[in-house]
Design a protein around this ligand. Structure first.
Ligand SMILES: Cc1cc2nc3c(=O)[nH]c(=O)nc-3n(C[C@H](O)[C@H](O)[C@H](O)COP(=O)(O)OP(=O)(O)OC[C@H]3O[C@@H](n4cnc5c(N)ncnc54)[C@H](O)[C@@H]3O)c2cc1C
Length: 376
């Protein structure tokens, strides 16, 4: 059964909106993206600036360098950054899942060592799940970590690793025991230093011509025991818990939001019926997705595991962000100067094939939803 508990942003979180908008007005860098994609703008200077203003790791305790604020405060700031097209890729995975994950599962040594730089927007992490032959079927990973004196020797290849060529660390899912009858057992999460000379990183061009993801090859890469995250052998459960955060955020339906903004700017005259219907359709979709996303965020905060609901947010959100530019294009006023609109529209079309792949493909999510509804 699906369960979307009602959740509203507290007034104290809403109150952050004017502050972050003012910050963006003053500090938006020149490489601001024409779209709102969370993977399209890796800008360490901007991430550091956000960190120095307390806008990264807002819900991490102050003693580790975080803001000691609520999860909803982070939600509001993330939403504003995405809507504005701010370049936030460098710290995105750190802020969204790895800092909270180190808070939950990390040792005191790991928290003290990694969290302050993460919170300051100076230390960037990549997700090391997918491999050649193991994307949707994550349990089929073949990267191994073999026990050696004082740590682990990692061998294998990760694929499609976003910004591994510019980030500092990867949290990788690896096999620490050979695959047995229970294929979800025997996997662990390791924190790997991507600057280690044994790590080979080869960028792959995406269809927009940019290098944002990579192939990462480990050859006897040494990882000390102190960099095992959480419980040895519990990697599968730790990764799947992270997927709730990965799939339900507003980045899953706002990637093309700037197209809507540029579309609205085209109207010098009141819209005709067709145009009004298009504006209404887009607005109502965003409002519904946002309520669902907030509900999942709230349930995650309460320690629940809304796996199916998170999959539904991503599935509906990705479909919406894919068709929304076309709804806007068809309803755009003919006589308007469309240079800005066309630029963001073009970027969105180049980006759109990736949205229903990254973070879990459409077919896999529909499988999760069908299972949750008792249909398979
Ligand atoms: C832009 C981008 C960024 C990414 N960043 C990262 C990252 O930082 N870290 C990371 O680990 N991964 C990353 N990925 C990888 C992403 O998670 C995988 O591409 C995705 O999980 C699909 O895996 P795959 O590419 O191996 O395709 P496959 O799993 O081979 O799937 C191919 C096709 O078969 C379908 N299919 C597969 N199994 C089934 C099934 N059981 N039933 C029905 N249909 C099925 C899929 O839906 C898909 O259409 C990224 C991907 C993209 C596009």
């Amino acid at each position: 059964m699906l369960q979307f508990d009602s959740a509203l942003l507290p007034e104290s979180s809403e109150a952050l909106r004017p502050e972050i908008r003012q910050f963006l007005q003053e500090h938006m860098p020149l490489d601001r993206r024409p779209n709102s994609d969370f993977l399209s703008g890796h800008n360490p200077e901007f991430s550091e600036l956000l960190g120095s203003h307390g806008y990264i790791c807002m819900n991490i305790p102050r003693e580790y360098g975080g803001g000691g604020r609520s999860f909803f405060d982070r939600y509001v700031v993330a939403e504003e950054l995405l809507a504005a097209g701010a370049p936030i890729t460098a710290h995105w995975f750190t802020d969204r899942q790895f800092a909270p994950s180190l808070m939950d599962l990390g040792t005191e040594h790991q928290r003290q060592k990694y969290l302050p730089d993460m919170c300051a927007g100076k230390s960037y992490f990549s997700i090391g799940m997918s491999e050649p032959g193991s994307g949707s079927d994550l349990a089929a990973i073949r990267t191994t970590a073999t026990k050696v004196d004082g740590g682990w020797a990692v061998n294998g290849t990760k694929l499609w690793t976003t910004y591994a060529h510019r980030n500092h660390y990867m949290i990788a899912l690896v096999r620490t025991e050979p695959r047995g009858e229970n294929r979800h057992a025997g996997m662990s999460q390791l924190l790997i230093d991507l600057q280690d000379p044994s790590v080979q990183i080869r960028p792959i061009k995406n269809m927009g011509g940019e290098e944002d993801f990579n192939e990462v090859v480990f050859t006897d890469t040494f990882v000390p025991d102190s960099d095992v995250i959480g419980e040895l052998g519990n990697g599968w459960n730790q990764c799947t818990a992270e997927l709730g955060y990965e799939r339900s955020g507003s980045e899953r339906f706002l990637s093309t939001f700037r197209v809507f903004v540029e579309f609205l700017k085209l109207f010098q005259e009141p819209p005709n019926d067709l145009q009004a219907a298009a504006i209404g359709r887009i607005t109502s979709n965003i409002m519904a997705l946002r309520r669902m996303s907030l509900s999942v965020a709230n349930m995650l905060e309460e320690g629940k595991m809304p796996t199916v609901e998170a999959a539904l947010v991503k599935e509906l959100g990705n479909n919406f962000e894919k068709i929304m530019p076309e709804i806007a294009r068809l309803a755009a006023p003919l006589s308007a100067d469309k240079r800005e609109f066309n630029q963001t529209y073009r970027e969105s079309i180049l980006l759109s094939p990736s949205t229903t792949l990254r973070g879990g493909t459409r077919e896999i999510l529909r499988g999760v939803i069908a299972r949750g509804l008792g249909l398979r």
